[in-house]
Design a protein around this ligand. Structure first.
Ligand SMILES: [Zn+2]
Length: 118
């Protein structure tokens, strides 16, 4: 079974693009085109993305601190390029979870209750 199959009806109704925007366990998810029930990226994707974001933010803070003028002599590379590295890290926090959702880990049933649903 492909990671793009709906966990409710088993039909392949998602592609990398729609899967990337289906959200994670903490979101309402996207309705399947076949059965209309809501689908999100599963536990593995949610955990991976949480861990990745945490590590990337930690690295961002460390680089920010090491790039401080005080450490200029000891960390010249970070002093000169830390800002660029942090821009890259920041963008990766936005992009990596989307890419991971698009290409890795299976979909799962949405567990969050949709209050607008009748
Ligand atoms: Zn379905």
């Amino acid at each position: 079974m492909s990671i793009y199959n709906c966990p409710h009806c088993g039909k392949r109704t998602f592609n990398p693009w729609t899967k990337a925007f289906a959200g994670q366990l903490n979101s309402y998810g996207k309705p399947c085109q076949e059965c209309g029930r809501r689908v999100v990226n599963g536990k593995a994707a949610t955990i991976f993305n949480a861990v990745y974001s945490t590590l990337a933010i930690a690295a961002l803070i460390v680089i920010y601190l090491l790039g401080d003028v005080k450490y200029n002599e000891r960390f010249p590379f970070i002093h000169h390029y830390g800002f660029l590295i942090n821009i890259g890290l920041f963008l990766s926090i936005l992009l990596v979870p989307r890419l991971v959702n698009a290409f890795c880990f299976p979909l799962d049933k949405a567990i969050k209750i949709d209050l607008n649903r009748r």
